[in-house]
Design a binder for this molecule. Structure first.
Ligand code: SAH
Length: 326
């Protein structure tokens, strides 16, 4: 068992079986042993790859979206450009290469990166060396400004609770100690009007997921957009709404058991966008990543890059274009 696994074991012994959200928060964010606290997990040498690491075109298309959205809102000056969970800083570097061509945008921009991981903060400073960035622990620390926000694969890293529906009531899926590891158990059934409303007409035995922290962050984004203006672009694995168990682990680019390797594998759950939108009290447009990128001109950009590409670069370009769109 990992050192963090032992700490979790002790907490369960001393208190009680824990919600999936508590387990996920400890595994990802424990101040000394958490996955994001200690590791640089993104990219070929890490555990998983993300869209900005696949191709520069992803960030470039987001840069175009930002320029247009900012102009559509009357080019506010000053404004905040904020990213939640910027990883290695690659996405922001690609965005800024595009937006940097517009000096009005650049002069009006204040750059904020919301990042809790000290390892990734260092990496972001290195990647964005010539930029004046302000790191924040959460969005609440940001000054009130028109907000243009992007987040890629941020919400899927936030803790979820899981519940199982039955005629007798909702049972929470909890994690408890087993002989040599951990296992899931169910709490006794209880009434829960919020879950009844969010997930009506389920058959017995279906698992559903809720993420209180995601809703809280969405509410904070919405409050700012409604009072100061701006827009937010949230990109993630998920759907408008959904049911089922999506709690999962990845290690070395392969699926892994989420109840092992505490602090050493990445844990995620799928994002449900409709509840985020409802919590934000703002209007939402929903699209697949492929639709969105094509609307921003992905294929035209790929054609331009192809003109100066070697045969090998061309193959990489075609593969990454396909991966981003599909
Ligand atoms: N957006 C990047 C990284 C995705 S990984 C990319 O696409 O490559 C998730 C990111 O969110 C990491 O930077 C991680 O450190 C950060 N993160 C996770 N939980 C967080 C939290 N509660 N607050 C702030 N950042 C968080």
């Amino acid at each position: 068992m990992t050192p963090l696994g032992k700490i979790i074991r002790q907490e369960i012994n001393e208190t009680s079986p824990m919600p999936v959200s508590r387990y996920m928060a400890l595994c990802l964010g424990h101040p000394e042993l958490g996955y994001y606290t200690t590791k640089n997990p993104i990219g070929a040498a890490g555990d998983f790859t993300t869209a900005p690491e696949i191709s520069q075109m992803f960030g470039e298309m987001l840069g175009i979206w930002l320029l247009q959205t900012w102009a559509d809102q009357g080019a506010p000056n000053p404004f905040a450009l904020a990213e939640l969970g910027p990883g290695r800083g690659t996405l922001m570097a690609d965005i800024l290469r595009v937006t940097g061509k517009n000096t009005k945008f650049t002069n009006a921009m204040r750059l904020f990166l919301v990042e809790t991981s000290p390892v990734l903060r260092k990496k972001q400073i290195k990647t964005l060396k010539s930029q004046n960035i302000t790191h924040l622990n959460n969005l609440a620390e940001m000054p009130d400004l028109p907000l243009f926000l992007v987040a890629n694969e941020f919400f899927d890293a936030l803790p979820v609770r899981q519940y199982v529906f039955s005629d007798a009531g909702w049972q929470e899926r909890l994690i408890t100690n087993a002989t040599d590891g951990f296992q899931f158990i169910l709490s006794s059934p209880a009434k829960n009007a919020g879950l009844d409303k969010a997930f009506p007409n389920l058959p017995n035995g279906v698992v559903v997921e809720t993420s209180a922290l995601s809703l809280q962050i969405a509410a904070e984004i919405g409050r700012r957009l409604l009072s100061d203006g701006g827009a937010a672009l949230l990109i993630d694995y998920g759907a408008l709404s959904g049911i089922g168990d999506t709690f999962q682990a990845v290690k070395n680019h392969s699926p892994s058991n989420p109840l092992t390797l505490q602090g050493q594998s990445d844990l995620t759950a799928h994002v449900q966008f409709q509840p985020l939108c409802d919590a934000s009290k703002t209007a939402m447009q929903f699209a697949t990543q492929g639709q969105f990128l094509e609307n921003m001109g992905l294929s035209a950009r790929a054609d331009m890059l192809a003109k100066n590409a070697s045969e090998q670069e061309l193959q990489t370009l075609i593969a990454s274009h396909r991966r981003l769109v599909h």
